[in-house]
Design a binder for this molecule. Structure first.
Ligand code: UDP
Length: 325
């Protein structure tokens, strides 16, 4: 199994789960945002920009399948630097698909996102909801979904596109977790305040049409996401052509509700200040989520918000500075 981007947040948890299930893994990562310390599997340091090392990886390791996490994932940055997102996400995914095609590797599990839906017309968001992304990030992920569909039809590629809602939490033993530079995500930022490394959390808008005016999101535990990848892989191995699923819990929490949980878990008052809305934030994103249960037999096991925040907090206490660079 080749895991592109296996040193990143969701990738590293998935690599570990694969290893626990005795699946042989090779990680391919350029370590631009991933962390060496997050992976205990054979690693090839290479960039998906470069076709030659990619070709060699397939020749040497002969993977039957690929899980593809390697991507840029900041919505705001993608608005300012779309060229970077089209290159890193679309062009590099194309390079990977071409390397797979040349090596007759026919299965791929791809990290997609609820950002491909854009501003939802209805909540919860089912997989059949129109995909009309509003950011370059979401558009690049949708472009890759289209590419997978077309390769599937023309070349027999079997693929899974897993549309994550809000990935959060950390490994239950606190050995792996979320470490982004810069950090932009709500839960780790709140926990930074609780650990005294920043002063306050900024709430991006409290005038949305939601129960308390703050944005509602569907937080899904990173270990539950990892589990879904393994299940999707098994389905492809069994011969299924396409597996396209949302991965969420079907339950949304507002920013203020997350804050209450973080205060309870950490015992810290976590001062908060309301500021202007962040551009590109829909009021509410909650997954319909039935298809993952039906197709993959998947149900989130660790995604109670309190559990997510507790695991993230344990990771932050165990690794106050994140992974060593
Ligand atoms: N958010 C916030 N303050 C922050 C970071 C995030 O109020 O410092 C809000 C953000 O507007 C969104 C929610 O928290 O409604 C989750 O944001 P995050 O960046 O964690 O994930 P996203 O929904 O962008 O994938």
């Amino acid at each position: 199994m080749l895991v592109a981007g296996g040193a990143g947040y969701i990738g590293s948890h998935t690599v570990r789960l694969l290893q626990e299930h005795a699946v042989p893994v090779v990680v391919l990562d350029n370590f631009s945002t991933g962390h060496r310390a997050a992976v205990r599997a054979p690693c090839v340091e290479a960039d998906l920009a470069d076709s030659e090392p990619l070709r060699l990886v397939f020749r040497e390791h002969r993977p039957k399948a690929v899980i593809h996490f390697a991507a840029k994932c900041y919505v705001g940055e993608s608005v300012v630097e779309p060229a970077k997102y089209y290159r890193e996400n679309v062009v590099h995914s194309w390079n990977l698909l071409e390397a797979m095609r040349a090596a007759d590797c026919e299965q791929i599990v791809f990290s997609s996102t609820c950002a491909t839906y854009g501003v939802p017309r209805e909540i919860p968001i089912e997989e059949g909801h129109p995909q009309a992304p509003i950011s370059p990030y979401g558009r690049t992920k949708l472009a890759i979904e289209y590419m997978l569909e077309d390769y599937s039809r023309a070349y027999g590629l079997r693929f899974s596109a897993l549309r994550y809602f809000n990935a959060a939490g950390a490994a239950s033993d606190a050995s792996l977790g979320e470490h982004h530079e810069p950090e932009t995500h709500l839960i780790p930022l709140m926990l930074r305040v609780a650990s005294g490394r920043s002063e306050e959390i900024l709430i991006f808008g409290d005038d949305y049409e939601t129960r308390d005016g703050t944005c509602v999101r569907d937080y899904i535990h990173v270990e539950d996401l990892a589990d879904a990848h393994l299940r999707a892989l098994r389905l492809l191995e069994a011969g299924r052509q396409q597996v396209v699923c949302n991965l969420g819990t079907g339950r949304g929490y507002s920013v203020r509700e997350v804050l209450d949980v973080a205060r309870r878990v950490t015992g810290h008052p976590i001062p908060a200040r309301v500021v202007a809305r962040r551009e590109g934030d829909p009021a509410e994103l909650v997954s319909g989520g039935r298809r993952a249960t039906e197709l993959l037999g998947w149900t989130p096991r660790r995604s109670e918000l309190e559990q997510i925040v507790r695991d993230a907090w344990n990771f932050q206490c165990a690794h106050p500075d994140g992974f060593p660079t």
